[in-house]
Design a protein around this ligand. Structure first.
Ligand code: FES
Length: 118
């Protein structure tokens, strides 16, 4: 099982292949935002990688990051926990002023992923 480390929260063994946004929320117990429900639309699930950044990316993630002019961050709803990773949770519900963190992301990456190898 891969180890997910969230800076300031600790290290957690997570199910291989679990969506990163769900692992951060359910295993690390971090109140990460996922305003669009994990559909690569909102970018509120963004994280910074400290180690173990995946080399592949979904087309949906690449397009959304480009459209928002974001660099140095990844969308945790578009990433699977397939190896050890260390991330910084930079977009949390606390202090966001939002009524909730967003609807619950499905267990599979949505939209169905098309992968780009970097
Ligand atoms: S882009 Fe909205 S939850 Fe990931």
């Amino acid at each position: 099982m891969p180890t997910l480390t969230v800076e300031g929260y600790g290290a957690f063994e997570v199910t291989d292949g679990k969506r990163l946004v769900l692992a951060i929320e359910q295993d690390a117990k971090v109140d990460i935002l996922h305003a669009c429900g994990g559909n690569a639309r909102c970018t509120t699930c963004r994280v910074e990688f400290i180690a173990g950044e995946p080399s592949r990316m979904t087309v949906a993630e690449q397009e959304r990051l480009k459209a928002r002019g974001l660099s140095g961050v990844r969308l945790s709803c578009q990433i699977l926990c397939e190896h050890d990773m260390t991330v910084r949770a930079i977009s949390r519900f606390e202090g966001s002023g939002r009524p909730d963190a967003g609807s619950q992301p499905q267990t599979s990456i949505m939209p169905p992923p098309e992968w780009i190898e970097e």
